[in-house]
Each structure stands twice: as C-alpha cells, then as structure tokens.
Ligand binder design. Structure first.
Ligand SMILES: [Zn+2]
Length: 699
C-alpha cells in the first residue's frame, strides 16, 4: 500500500510531506488545492468517486463518503491541507463534488440544495480517545470512537426564513432567521413567517460515551455531546458503537455558572457517523494469539482447563462455572422462515445466600467477556437496565440507553438483579426474549437492540434460600422473568465439614500466594479465546446431537393426558443453545452427541437444584418456576383437601385409604394417579399412615 502511495505521489509531482510542514501551509498552497481535489475525485481508482456521485444522484441522496486513506494514497498533500484547515478543505471538496454532479446528473445538481462530503477511514493521526480530548483539539478534525448512550428527538432548525409583510405583501428572505424587531423594508409593516416556504435543516444531539470494555477499572465513563445534522440524523441509535468524525467545538455553558465568567462545554460538530458492524471484534487477535488459540482448542482437557480458570479464587461450583463458560461462548441466533428470531444468547441466574461469591463470579465473567458490562439491578443511570426517556440538564427530553442496550453484542453481568425498577420489570421481558427494547414517550419512539447474554445474581427474598419453598416464593421477581433464564442455580451456604475444610484450604492457599492446583488460563488469553470462538465458530446440530436432545425432551414431556410435563419448549431451546456453546468452546462447527450430553447434564443439575423431580416428573417445571400450579399440582392439592375434609369429618382421626380413593374418584381423579401421589405425600411426610390402610394429614 505504501509503495503504491509513493508512486502516486511521484506521479502527482510531490514527495512525502512531513508533519512539521503542515503548519507552514499558507494561503498560496491552499489555493493549489481545488484542482488537486477535483483531480482526486475524478481520477482516483478508476472513477470510484465519480461512481459514488452517480449513486448519490440516483438515490436522491445528499452525501458522498470519501476515504481519507484514499487521499493519503493519491497525494499526501491533500491530507496535509485537510489537517491544516479542515473546514475550508471540506468546502473545497464539496464544491468539487457539486462540479462532478453537474456533469453526472445536471438535473439533480440543480435541485439538490445541499451536498455533503462525509469523511471516512481516517488515519491514526486524526484518532483521539474520548478521554484524550483536550483544549488543543478545539477546531480540529477528530475521529472519536465510542458508544451512543443518548439521543434527542429530531429538531428542525430554520436555515432560511421567508417573511411576508402583513400590510403590503412584500416578501423577504433572511438566512438563519431574522433579528428581533425586523420590519417590512417598504412600509415598516409587521412581518409574518411563511413556514411552508422556509428552509429547515434536521438537527439531533447524541451523547457519545466511552465503550464499557475500554473503561479503566473503577472509573466513571466520560462522554461528549455530538451534534448531527441533515442526513446524519437518526443514523445511529443509543447502544450503537460508532466512530464520530467531526470538529471539536466549544459552546458557552451557562448551566454551570449563571454568574461570573462563562464556562465552555466541548461538543463535536459531526461530519460523519460510522456505525460499527456488530461483528467487529472487540478484541485484537494477533497471528501469534491465533496459533495459541488453535493449539489450546486441540487439548484433551480444554473444558476442564476453561472451567477451572473461571474465577479460580472461588472454590467448587463446577456446574455454575461450566454454565458461565457456556454463556460466554454463546449459542447461535436463528431466524425461522416465518421471521421469528430465536436468540442464541444464554441467560443464567444465580440465586445465592449472602457470602456465596456471586458478585465475584459476575466480575470475573465480565472481565473475560469480549464485551462485558457490569451493573446492578438498579442500573448505573436513570435508564436502568433497559432504556428511558429522561430530561437532560438543559431540560430537553432524551432517549437514554440502559445497561442491556449498552451491552448489545456482549454480556451483561447484573448483580442484585432482584432490585430492578418497576419500569424495567416490564421492559425486560422483551429485552430477554426478542432482545430489543421498545420505547414510546415524550414524542420519542424507538426500538433499540439488546442482543446480550444476561448473567444475573439475586438474593433470596427471606435472606436465605428456603428449600421447602419454590423459586418464585424465594425470590422477589415475577415468574415470567424467571422463566426466561436458560439455567438457574441456587448457591446455598450449607455447612458441611468436608466441604468447609476443602474451601478453607483453597482460600488459605490463595492468601499464602500458592497457586491452586493445576494449570490456569490467564484471563487475557481466555478473553481472546472466547472472542475468537464467537467470531469463527457457527455450530450446527449433528443428527446424533439432535437425536440425544429429542430423546431427553420427549422423556421429560407428557405421554398421555394425565402424565406430568417436566419441562417446556423453553428448556428445549436452552438445550440447543447450551450444546452449540459447548461446540463453540471446542471451536467446532458441528454440535456432537457429547456436546448435547453435557448440555443435558447441566439442565438436569438445574432442574434438580430448583426442585423438579426429573425421575418421577411429579413436580414439574411449571410448578417450581411459575409458582402457578398446573392441573397436576391442582389435583395434588385437591387430593390433600379431600383427605383433610375426611379427617375433619372423622373428628381428626385417621381415615380409610379406601374412602379417600372413593371420594377422589367421585371428584374425577383416577386411581393410579391417587396411589402415586399418596406414596409421594407419604414420602415427603405430608401424610402419615398410623396403621395399615389408614392415613392422616400432618399439616
Ligand atoms: Zn410592507
């Protein structure tokens, strides 16, 4: 590339310019620029920009995007001139585009009121980090990367006003509105604005913030206002990762000091907004990294290595760590022929007694996620977890992105998930399943992307997890939210001598700066590995994996009218995602039977941990998850009620099983079901059998 650039520079009759010469560029040299700019647009790369101008005309657009890298290759001095006086240079270039447009499409050239040159592919010398913006950059052209967090509605700013005199009808055109007290120049009569003949330009303000994964630890994100006009309006939405090309400007800011010397707030007057595609890798991977990643992927003990590397300071919790690992790799999103989109992102909830290291797991996951965002249920801003329309400091309504929108394309680690605001409790359903956030308030209507995995932690409602109550009772969250998690783990702090001793050794070992036994992946390498896997592996189910999952699902599902349903289609989708994630972990494009087996084992662990009886299916997922007993549960309750009634009418004495059976059948319960449930109730201690053939309730 460089060689080509030099050759073209020689052809253009110039040598490589030096940075030191830039400031010496005087008016005479700048005057040379217009013809050079025109030549560049006409000649570069077999008419690339002539074609761009033609396309703009055909689409009735108003902008042509010009690559600054192209200018570097064509004639470095063009870039020098751009650096020296960017606004003047852009005017020259827009003039040249108009000249080209007159040749390519004279009719449109006449009609087009505005033509913009939007700069793209800026070389390093223009790039400034948001944190690095300083007074020295004011007035300069900069390229700043970040994430859009806020957006105002579109306003229409008057650029040319047309007035008519109320007395004599005289018309008057004034650029940029009119000074107060303007009178008719002919008769001094009152002037009335003729709105339909005025010219307006669309204006919108955005707030650009540092990307969450780039934030130095413990620092609050920096942000800057960006003003976009005309066809740049609505190009980016909150949650989009963008490069803003524009001029750093300052405006008097009376919000801080009403009296005293004025302070100035910086903003960017945008020339271009380039929205990054979602697939752009958040992590840079060198060829050397790739070699290490591929080597790792071939190791026999890969899964163990990754699982034991997840939050190594936390002892145990193998299944939880495996689930977190699979969440980080993620499944594959699918769009069915009817347009229904099924997420590939895996959601995991950890419900835990205090002191069970939930937060530590979340923080670790966040640090190795290629795009990780850590927040709490309340969120870090007024927008909370989803999005909100809020008033900014100047009293204007703005749409602000919440955590899940900012985590789009990554992983949101949400601590104290149960503390989320009422507004989020409603909006999060859509965010978790459709992975969008829709909002319509104060004239702002938008649908934002929230394609993120959620790793959430919550505290039990009673301080500790009560094993004899279902999840819905144990946690202060609606069951409809709970059912959207692929896996839920209950981390209980149950004392056990053997476990406690092992845990103590583990923790004390860490404090003695001993490494835990075995090899660990450094977090930075794991992060790169995950990023690489997400970018390069798109696994599909093999026939064997499909068969395994199907068998399990069918086994857990109903057979016949009265058989309980242990799991629902939600768990089927979760199994597919988990299997895909495990294939990704191995950098495979095929989901094997073994992947499916691992996913099934995790699902079994989850179901058992929340109290689903996968062997008898007597307690189903709906009962423990939704807390709304399905017909099965209702029948069990009915049977218990029958026994209680009979016991009561027998003065509190044990009743005959035979009588219970008769009454139950009379009320529509079948014999086999009643026998099975009675056995269960006996086992769980809810009924007693003081003598053969007689039962009594204990509660
Ligand atoms: Zn008049």
């Amino acid at each position: 590339m460089r060689r080509g650039g030099e050759r073209e520079e020689e052809e253009a009759g110039g040598g490589p310019a030096r940075a030191a010469q830039l400031e010496e560029l005087d008016g005479r040299e700048l005057a040379l620029v217009p013809s050079a700019v025109e030549d560049f647009l006409k000649d570069y790369s077999r008419g690339k920009y002539r074609e761009a101008v033609r396309r703009m005309a055909a689409e009735r657009g108003r902008s042509v995007e010009v690559s600054v890298e192209d200018m570097v290759l064509y004639d470095r001095r063009l870039v020098d001139a751009l650096v020296a006086n960017p606004r003047a240079f852009l005017e020259v270039m827009e003039g040249a585009v108009r000249a080209l447009l007159r040749v390519e499409d004279p009719e449109y050239a006449q009609r087009a009121r505005r033509v913009h040159v939007r700069l793209a592919s800026l070389p390093e010398l223009f790039k400034v980090s948001l944190r690095g913006l300083r007074a020295e950059h004011v007035g300069r052209l900069v390229a700043v990367e970040g994430i859009v967090t806020r957006m105002t509605p579109v306003r229409h700013v008057l650029t040319t006003a047309v007035y008519a005199c109320a007395s004599c009808g005289e018309e008057l055109r004034v650029d940029g509105g009119a000074p107060p007290g303007l009178k008719c120049p002919k008769c001094r009569g009152r002037l009335v604005l003729v709105k339909e003949r005025c010219e307006f330009i669309d204006v919108q303000k955005l707030v650009l913030q540092e990307r969450p994964e780039e934030l130095p630890p413990g620092q609050l994100p920096r942000s800057i206002e960006v003003v976009v006009t005309d066809d740049l309006v609505d190009r980016a939405r909150p949650g989009d990762r963008v490069t803003v090309v524009g001029f750093l400007e300052v405006a008097e800011d009376r919000r801080i000091t009403r009296d005293g010397p004025p302070t100035f707030a910086a903003y960017i007057d945008a020339n271009n907004i380039i929205v990054s595609s979602r697939d752009v890798e958040a992590v840079e991977i060198t060829p050397e990294d790739e070699r290490r990643i591929l080597e790792l992927s071939r190791r026999e003990d890969l899964e163990e290595l990754i699982v034991s590397s997840i939050a190594p300071s936390i002892y145990g919790y193998r299944e939880v760590k495996l689930a977190v690992a699979l969440l980080l790799f993620g499944g594959v999103p699918k769009v069915y022929p009817d347009g229904v989109r099924v997420r590939g992102d895996i959601h995991v909830l950890l419900i835990g007694d205090p002191g069970t290291a939930k937060s530590q797991l979340l923080r670790y996951a966040c640090s190795v996620a290629p795009r990780g965002l850590y927040t709490t249920g309340k969120g870090s801003t007024a927008a909370g977890l989803t999005a909100a329309v809020v008033k900014d400091a100047s009293g204007e309504f703005v749409l602000e992105a919440g955590a899940l929108v900012l985590a789009d394309g990554g992983v949101a680690c949400i601590d104290e998930f149960d503390k989320m605001e009422a507004r989020d409790r409603t909006a999060i359903h859509e965010a978790m399943e459709q992975q969008t956030v829709s909002i319509a308030k104060a004239g702002i209507t938008a649908t934002l992307n929230a394609r993120a995995s959620i790793l959430a932690a919550a505290n039990p409602a009673f301080g500790r997890y009560l094993p004899n109550r279902n999840i819905a009772e144990n946690i202060d969250l609606p069951v409809t939210i709970l059912s959207r998690f692929d896996l839920i783990f209950i981390l209980r702090d149950v004392p056990s001598e053997r476990e406690d001793a092992a845990l103590a050794d583990h923790v004390l070992g860490f404090h003695a700066e001993e490494l835990p036994p075995g090899e660990l992946l450094p977090p930075e390498l794991l992060r790169k590995y995950i990023a690489y896997a997400r970018a390069h592996s798109r696994p599909r189910l093999s026939p064997e994996a499909r068969q395994k999952i199907k068998e399990y699902y069918v086994k857990m599902r109903a057979r016949g009218e009265d058989a309980p349903i242990a799991i629902t289609p939600r768990q089927l989708e979760a199994l597919i995602r988990l299997s895909e994630a495990r294939a990704r972990m191995h950098l495979r494009n095929v989901v094997t039977a073994e992947d499916a087996e691992v996913a099934i084992q995790l699902m079994e662990h989850f179901l058992r941990s929340v109290g689903v009886d996968t062997a008898t299916k007597l307690v189903d997922i709906d009962t423990v998850m939704t807390g709304q007993p399905k017909s099965q549960r209702e029948k069990i309750i009915l049977l218990l009620d029958i026994i209680k009634e009979l016991v009561r009418s027998n003065d509190g004495n044990p009743v005959k099983v035979e009588d219970v059976m008769k009454e139950a059948q009379a009320r529509g319960l079948d014999e086999a079901f009643v026998r099975k449930v009675l056995e269960k109730l006996y086992e769980s201690g809810e009924i007693m059998m003081p003598r053969q053939g007689y039962i009594i309730t204990t509660v």
